[in-house]
Write a protein that binds this ligand. Sequence first.
Ligand SMILES: CC(C)(COP(=O)(O)OP(=O)(O)OC[C@H]1O[C@@H](n2cnc3c(N)ncnc32)[C@H](O)[C@@H]1OP(=O)(O)O)[C@@H](O)C(=O)NCCC(=O)NCCS
Length: 178
Amino acid sequence: MKTFTRPGFKVRLRPIRADDIDHIMAWINDPEVTKNFANMSERITREQEIAWLEWVMASDNDRLYAVEDLEGRYLGNAGIHKIYWPARNGRLGLVLGAADARGRGLGTQAMKLLVALAFEELGLHKTWLVHYKTNERMAHIATKLGFTTEGVLRDEYFHAQSFHDMVRWSLLEDELSW
Ligand SMILES: CC(C)(COP(=O)(O)OP(=O)(O)OC[C@H]1O[C@@H](n2cnc3c(N)ncnc32)[C@H](O)[C@@H]1OP(=O)(O)O)[C@@H](O)C(=O)NCCC(=O)NCCS
């Protein structure tokens, strides 16, 4: 794994490190973030997060990066998960932890980099993602980047005392347009 970016981009993806834990703990229990992820319904302790980081860094089926700006400031996590090597597909995950990093176009750039990395560095054929149906920002980004909707997963997640529909999207390697 190595750092990945493109000319003109304001962010880059670099392999996650164990010492990113302080940055991660700053957002991992922030309701503005956790409301977007079903697996963050319960409060996550530092020990749990360290264990998860160790697991993910050792995993053959996951690749986790830090999103950072060009000064090296940590902004969030970007990952390709559940990689199924026989069919060369993987699930994309992205979070910009700091509130002041969101809404400035950086998430769109990070997602573009993540997808390009998945196809060009990992040799994947297909990338996919799911988000809460109510996450209009993520839906907008997926549409803008040329993803196709694969369907709505009805009542797929249970979070904050209710069921939630999820939307699944995908982009194939020959659909990359940047
Ligand atoms: C989702 C996330 C990664 C997006 O990154 P970001 O930097 O905030 O997003 P950007 O500024 O690059 O782009 C947001 C786009 O959505 C649009 N948008 C924002 N709110 C919107 C809404 N309610 N409806 C439709 N579009 C919306 C913006 O106008 C912008 O589009 P534009 O560039 O065409 O104008 C970031 O907000 C985040 O980490 N959120 C919390 C975690 C999360 O939701 N992760 C994804 C889970 S699958």
